[in-house]
Design a protein around this ligand. Structure first.
Ligand code: HEM
Length: 434
């Protein structure tokens, strides 16, 4: 391997490790690595600044599509680094005006310091800004007398899926942050919960400390070649964007944001967020041939000629058609396989539009014993997530296909689920009906 590329590799591993560890020394190491050896780490703006006036930002916290990078295929591409902060609420019930102002100002601080994602000019090839959303769990909402139609507690999701309700995360709120630069995420976290006094050169005026505590940190990466670099597993194809070896997220399989936006009620303009932590049993997965994995991941009717090694030949379409879904039983009988994408597409709406928008996915970089996946999706109602997730279950189908050839569900193990209301930006600071 040429010296340059091995340096690049270790630099990326350092960046990933720094984000997983967190804290101010990790931030310094990460900044130095991401800026390169010739640039002195400093508090001068290293990334494009954001805006002072929140009116310049979209009303929705989840308005990300126009601010994500577009791939060569024209499809929105997820940011490479992901940070999920599970929060406990430490403030008053009901929240005081001072606490609300503190939260709002702390979040505005992030928006002043960093551009919202890649900016509106999505011709750029990098999200050198920050995208984030703050969601509230039923645990918090119950205490402030907010009932949200279409927001189920995680225990209900787990019970409905025959999983252990003890895997419900005990978060009161969750802050989900994405960027192509790990140091942007680390710096934002240090400004919100640490002692950092300037953020991208902008003075930090308020923090979340005292109102929220971070109880859980999860980190993840996604993108071409990332999983092979980050995980200690030689089976993962070198170029694959996800640990299971294939591309995900196409124009036809990611619905427009409007589909996931609530149109009525107290939080019209908001959405619901489901966040899961899933173990991925990669050794078993990679014991199978490429052909088998490809058909289990997408659909038995997909051929290597159309998919390629990692889905690279598929352009902006996942190749899943209404016919693939309608012929599921015949294809299962012919191939002895059912596809993951084929199954979940059976839960699309009457216009054959997916009901959930996968928002931020990441191959976990904080799992020390094995491999995991951070899954998150937004939708108007968590029952839609449930319908899609149920479509992955083997017993939903009357086909004679062994579990290990029935999509990917046999290679996954749920470890945690959580659900949140993500209010529109104007209502994001400690909503309350008390
Ligand atoms: C954890 C490992 C998972 C991996 C590696 C994975 C990977 C993929 C891939 C490669 C596709 C096909 C490409 C595409 O259309 O984006 C896909 C589609 C999809 N997956 Fe997954 N997936 C995982 C878990 C899940 C889970 C837990 C859900 C939740 C219910 C889910 C929901 C979906 C949906 C909704 C689609 C699009 C289906 C459509 O076209 O209508 N996936 N996934």
């Amino acid at each position: 391997m040429p010296a340059n590329s091995s340096r690049g590799l270790s630099r990326r591993s350092l960046v990933r490790a720094a984000l997983a560890i967190g804290g101010s020394s990790a931030l310094a190491a990460c900044q130095a690595a991401e800026r390169g050896p010739d640039e002195e780490p400093s508090d001068s703006p290293a990334y494009p600044r954001g805006v002072d006036d929140p009116a310049e930002l979209p009303d929705r916290q989840h308005a990300w599509d126009d601010y994500l990078v577009n791939s060569v295929h024209g499809t929105t591409t997820q940011s490479q680094h992901q940070l999920l902060l599970g929060l406990s609420y430490e403030g008053s019930i009901p929240p005081t005006t001072a606490e609300r102002d503190q939260v709002e100002n702390a979040l505005r601080g992030l928006e002043r310091a960093f551009q919202w994602g890649s900016g509106l000019d999505t011709s750029g090839s990098v999200n050198n800004g920050l995208l984030f959303m703050l969601g509230y769990a039923p645990r918090y909402l119950d205490r402030v007398d907010i009932a949200v139609d279409g927001l189920q507690p995680p225990e209900t999701l787990l019970e409905e899926l025959d999983e252990d309700p003890a895997m419900a995360a005990d978060f009161d709120a969750l802050l989900l942050l994405d960027s192509d630069y790990a140091s942007v995420l680390l710096a934002a976290e240090e400004a919100l919960f640490g002692e950092k006094e300037t953020l991208n050169g902008v003075p930090v005026e308020d923090r979340l400390t005292g109102v929220f505590d971070v109880t859980t940190r999860r980190t993840g990466v996604i993108g071409k070649g990332r999983p092979a670099q980050e995980l200690d597993n030689d089976d993962i194809p070198e170029d694959a964007p996800l640990s299971m070896g294939f591309r995900a997220g196409f124009d036809n399989s990611l619905p427009p944001e409007d589909i996931a936006t609530r149109s009525s009620g107290q939080f019209a303009g908001g959405t619901t967020l489901v966040v899961s932590r899933i173990k991925t049993h990669l050794d078993d997965w990679y014991e199978q041939s490429h052909r088998q994995r490809m058909k289990e991941m997408y659909c038995p009717a997909h051929d290597y000629e159309d998919v390629g090694d990692i889905g690279d030949r598929m352009g902006d379409h996942s190749g899943i058609t209404e016919e693939n879904v309608g012929d599921l039983e015949e294809l299962a009988a012919e191939h002895g396989i059912v596809g993951h994408a084929q199954k979940v597409a059976s839960a699309r709406d009457e216009d054959f539009q997916p009901k959930i928008l996968r928002r931020s996915e990441g191959v976990a970089t904080d799992d020390v014993d094995g491999s995991s996946f951070n899954f998150s999706s937004i939708q108007t109602d968590t029952r839609k997530f449930l319908a899609v997730r149920r479509a992955m279950q083997t017993d939903e189908y009357d086909v004679d296909v062994p579990a290990d050839r029935h999509g990917i569900v046999d290679y996954l193990g749920t470890r945690s689920r959580s659900t949140f209301l993500v209010p529109p930006r104007a209502q994001r600071a400690l909503p309350s009906n008390r």
